[in-house]
Design a protein around this ligand. Sequence first.
Ligand code: WAQ
Ligand code: MG
Length: 256
Amino acid sequence: MLYSIKMRSAQGGAHECGGRHISGAERILPGEQLDYAVLTMLHRAREHERGCADFISLKVEEIKPQEIIYKPLLPFSTCQAANAAEGHRAAIDELVRAGVSFKAAARGLAMLNGLADSMRGAMVVDCVDGTRLDGMGERGVRASKMDCVNSRGYDEYLQQCGLTGDHVREALVLASKVAGAEGMVAELCWSDDPNYVTGYVASPLYGYRRIPVMKESGNGVGGRIFFVRPGTDLHKLIDYLEEQVVMIKPEGEQTC
Ligand code: WAQ
Ligand code: MG
């Protein structure tokens, strides 16, 4: 039996009572790995570099095999950027190449740059005019209920590519689920962990394009934007992102 495990944590009370987002995590695992995963998530929330959480929500739900759909792992490659300004230019180039208008890409970057503090989820933004569509305020939309089918094989693949740590492991799975949504054109992301400066642009067309520097070290504000085609059914999109169980499957020979 498989289980979906979701964690979100905040400081100063629950998110919905104004608490500051500390960290979140989502996994899908067999029952025998549940205890360890829950302990790891508790540990993450209480010893996070963004601060120690005083509110932690954990949700565990059984998953029926017929609820699962499969999506391919996005191919992975890296852009050049020596500092945040170069990173932002690279991000705009990648977004435009993936089908986002220059105006929407620039507005998206400005929206993330303008955040006073990190949100718990992502903004959904129109890929042509750059307006925010989700209306979910500081919560945003959280992609959830996803994991990789073969965790050990996936870890080996990441290691071969010289990639280590939870950030990239989780981001690549999340981006693969997001890119599989109907109407999705591209995703822009950088971390809210103060010392993790790497970000990415992901798209169905060009895969996961890692950008080494997207912010100054020490900056605890990060975020995500999902750029969608005009006319995308938002209700369906949010339901897919938050509720559809998706297992990510590496397809064929993965190269770094
Ligand atoms: N769904 C939607 N948005 C999310 C989710 C989610 N499940 N998790 C986080 N976010 C949003 C939220 O606004 C966070 O503040 C922001 O993204 C950053 O989250 O080396 O670590 O978990 O290639 O800090 C990317 C680079 C790391 C990895 C991303 O994001 C690499 C990262 P974090
Ligand atoms: Mg974080």
